[in-house]
Design a protein around this ligand. Structure first.
Ligand SMILES: *Cc1c(COP(=O)(O)O)cnc(C)c1O
Length: 435
């Protein structure tokens, strides 16, 4: 086939043929073409360099083009890129499972490896339902979750996303109906008020006979609004699950691997979920991969009752290339002073972002570990603010009223200052321009 796109016409072609996330195919803002990336810098086709504030959506924690991760991929590539997991197995998968069992809370020791975060949420939901089926309680099929959550874009995951931001009205016939508790409002334990969990408590008390599991993002609600909530909420939710025979699924896809200041956000409430989903940073942003961990009791119950198998098995389950990179990425993380990196980010966020609290047009400033958020009163104008960021040499991707950063852990203090200066300057210019 002749190369149709041997000059710059590939950009024109992609504009009319390629979907981008949550965007129209026609009339969208043109995306910036990236030629390569190194460390915390993205290099555009025209040679401009941007400091990355997004870690490509929580995932690139060690920076781009990392020699150790590159090497892990190359070594595995020379052995095998992939082999089916049905009836076969391989060392990279076992090594990854061992690492995950070691790092996560003690009772999580059985591992299901799948393709993406959304799929891991599907797997977790099916696991919870199959567990109760195996225990002779097939009526427990619904989920209880909290508003403003985000759990992925596949239909099962969408059904537990916030009903409004998740556009449930568009897909009513295919989305299962679940129970939604009010979103937590209290941000930390010092300000805890018991009525924050009243709605959750009423729902679980009234409907536990139908509820297989609670699913939530621990401590940080990410794509549903970058909201943080009190560990006490999580502790009480755990206790209510225990009282009412409901499993707890912790979706740590965004929070896992250190982003909030602890390796997993659940640690901040000192609780252990029955099922945990991991994804995003698991391969350092190299490959798509996710994991679902559960207890010995849940996996044994599912395995020893009809249909005597867990009913899920993706084609690319436990892809060896992804597992090999995940192993290298986890070792890099554990052997690095990541806590210091996260603390340095928190400190720089406080210095640069807290003063914006007093600005007209800024509704809130939120900082948690390696996450820094400016919430504005009005939705940003994507076209103008994105251009301001790029002109200032940074990559920040706002959504709605939220302008936020979660840089790679390896970012230097100097680059962090450049990033945050550009962020606050661009927001100030935007607000002054009458946003
Ligand atoms: C991103 C995300 C998902 C979905 O993961 P994908 O890999 O995009 O499918 C699920 N839950 C949370 C909390 C996420 O942040």
């Amino acid at each position: 086939m002749p190369n149709l796109l041997n000059d710059n016409s590939w950009l024109d072609f992609e504009k009319t043929h390629l979907w981008h996330p949550y965007a129209p195919l026609e009339g969208a803002l043109p995306p910036y073409p990236v030629k390569h990336a190194q460390g915390v810098r993205l290099t555009l086709e025209d040679g401009r360099e941007l400091i990355d504030g997004m870690s490509s959506w929580w995932s690139v924690i060690h920076g781009y083009n990392h020699p150790v991760l590159n090497n892990a991929a190359k070594e595995q590539l020379d052995k095998m890129a992939h082999v089916m997991f049905g009836g076969l197995t391989h060392r990279p998968a076992a090594e990854l499972a061992a690492r995950l069992v070691e790092l996560t809370p003690e009772t999580l020791e059985r591992v299901f490896l799948c393709d993406s975060g959304s799929v891991s949420v599907e797997v977790a939901i099916k696991m919870a339902i199959q567990y109760w089926y195996a225990k002779g309680q097939p009526d427990k099929q619904r989920m209880l979750t909290i508003r403003r959550g985000y759990h992925g874009d596949t239909c099962g995951a969408m059904a537990v996303c916030d009903p409004e931001t998740g556009m449930h009205h568009l897909f009513t016939e295919v989305l299962s109906e679940h129970f939604f508790a009010d979103a937590p409002m209290v941000v930390n334990d010092a300000d805890w008020q018991d009525d924050d969990i009243t709605s959750f408590r009423s729902l679980i008390e009234a409907h536990h006979e139908k509820i297989a599991a609670v699913i939530l993002e621990p401590i940080v609600q990410g794509a549903g609004g970058m909201r943080f909530y009190a560990p006490e909420y999580l502790r009480q939710a755990r206790a209510l699950c225990d009282v009412h025979n409901v499993l707890l699924i912790a979706d740590e896809i965004a929070t896992g691997f250190g982003r909030t200041g602890t390796l997993f956000a659940c640690e901040q409430a000192d609780i252990t979920p029955d099922i945990m989903c991991l994804g995003k940073a698991i391969t350092g942003g190299y490959m798509t991969l996710a994991a679902v961990l559960t207890t010995e009791e849940i996996s044994r119950t599912i395995s020893s009752n009809a249909p005597n198998a867990f009913m899920h098995g993706p084609t690319f389950m436990a892809n060896p290339l992804a597992c090999a990179v995940a192993n290298a990425s986890i070792d890099l993380l554990v052997d690095s002073p990541w806590q210091e990196h996260i603390a340095a980010m928190s400190k720089a966020f406080a210095q640069h972002l807290l003063p914006c609290r007093n600005w007209d047009g800024v509704a809130d400033v939120r900082i948690k570990g390696g996450i820094g958020v400016l919430e504005l009163n009005q939705p940003v104008k994507m076209a103008t603010i994105t251009k301001r960021f790029v002109d200032k040499g940074v990559w920040i991707r706002p959504f709605g009223k939220l302008v936020y950063v979660m840089p790679p852990y390896v970012i230097s203090n100097e680059d962090l200052n450049l990033l945050l200066t550009a962020m606050t300057e661009a927001v100030a210019e935007e607000l002054n321009a009458g946003c």
